[in-house]
Design a protein. Structure first.
Length: 262
C-alpha cells in the first residue's frame, strides 16, 4: 500500500495511491484509514510530508562503506541523534540554505521508518508489529556547524533540513533496497540498505528501550557513502541545484536548493 498526505482545495488529508490516482481517506494510518469512493488526479493534489511526526530520531554511521570513507570504526551500538520537527518539509519543497554558515550544506540519502503504534521495549523479532511502513528522507546537514559544535542537533535541524516523501509504503523488505542520491542528475550516492550495520528491526528495538516511540515517529536510518564533505574537492549544495533521493519500491524525493531570502 502507498499512503500519501496531500493538500486539495485547502484541506490536508491522507490518501492511498491506487486505481491510477489518489483515493481520499477519512482517518489516519495510525487509527484507521477509510477509503472514499472518489479518485483524484495526481495533478490536482499537492504532496505534503507523508507524516507529521511527533519526533524525528536519526542514526549516524550506519552504513559500512560510509564509516570506512570517514575513517571511523564501525560502531558497536547505534549512534543516535535527533532532528527538530521544525526541520520537516515535503516533496517539491525548497531546501533553504541558512543565513549563517550557508556554504557547507550536505545531502544525505536515507531510508526512514514510520512507526505505526506506541512502542516501548520491543523485541527485535516483534519490531514489524509496530512499523507502519517506510519512506524516503534527506538528512540535510550543515557540516560547518556539525564539526564545531561537538554534537549534531543544530547542524541537522535548520528549517527545511528534513525533506521526506513522497509516500509511506508498507510491506517492503527494507533490508534489501537500492538507495540513490542524485545532484543535478549526477549520481552522488548509490548503495543498498543491505550495507546497514544495524538493520531496521534492530534499530526499532534498540530505540524503543530508550524512548517511547509514538505513532508517526520518523526514524532516519543513516546514509551510504558518497556524501559531499568526503569528496575531493568537497561538494556542497548551492542555490538552483536539485537533489533527488530515490529508494527502490518507494520512489523519488525531489527538492530544489534555494538561498536564504531574509
Amino acid at each position: 500500500m502507498r499512503i500519501i498526505r496531500y493538500l486539495h482545495e485547502g484541506n490536508a488529508r491522507y490518501g492511498i495511491v491506487e486505481d491510477g490516482g489518489v483515493r481520499p481517506c477519512d482517518g489516519t494510518p495510525f487509527t484507521r484509514l477509510t477509503r472514499q469512493s472518489t479518485v483524484l488526479d495526481h495533478g490536482d493534489v499537492r504532496l505534503l510530508p507523508p507524516v507529521d511526526p511527533p519526533n524525528i530520531i536519526c542514526l549516524g554511521l550506519n552504513y559500512r562503506e560510509h564509516a570506512v570513507e570517514t575513517g571511523h570504526p564501525l560502531p558497536a551500538e547505534p549512534l543516535v541523534f535527533i532532528k527538530a520537527t521544525t526541520s520537516l518539509c515535503g516533496p517539491g519543497d525548497p531546501i533553504v540554505l541558512p543565513a549563517r554558515y550557508p556554504d557547507k550544506i550536505d545531502y544525505e540519502a536515507e531510508l526512514a521508518i514510520v512507526i505505526g503504534k506506541v512502542a516501548k521495549n520491543i523485541r527485535e523479532d516483534h519490531a514489524d508489529e509496530v512499523i507502519l511502513g517506510y519512506t524516503v528522507a534527506n538528512d540535510v546537514s550543515n557540516r560547518a556547524v556539525q564539526f564545531t559544535d561537538g554534537q549534531w542537533a543544530r547542524a541537522k535541524s535548520h528549517d527545511t533540513f528534513c525533506p521526506v516523501g513522497p509516500a509511506i509504503v508498507t510491506d517492503l523488505d527494507a533490508d534489501n533496497l537500492a538507495i540513490t542520491c542524485r545532484l543535478d542528475g549526477k549520481v552522488m550516492q548509490a548503495s543498498n540498505t543491505g550495507d546497514m550495520i544495524f538493520p531496521v528491526r534492530r534499530i526499532v528495538s534498540h530505540l524503543s528501550h530508550s524512548f517511547t516511540l509514538l505513532p508517526g515517529t520518523l526514524i532516519l536510518t543513516g546514509t551510504p557513502s558518497g556524501v559531499g564533505f568526503m569528496r575531493k574537492p568537497p561538494v556542497y549544495l548551492r542555490p538552483g541545484q536539485v537533489v533527488e533521493v530515490e529508494i527502490e519500491g518507494i520512489g523519488a524525493l525531489v527538492n530544489q536548493v534555494v538561498g536564504y531570502a531574509g
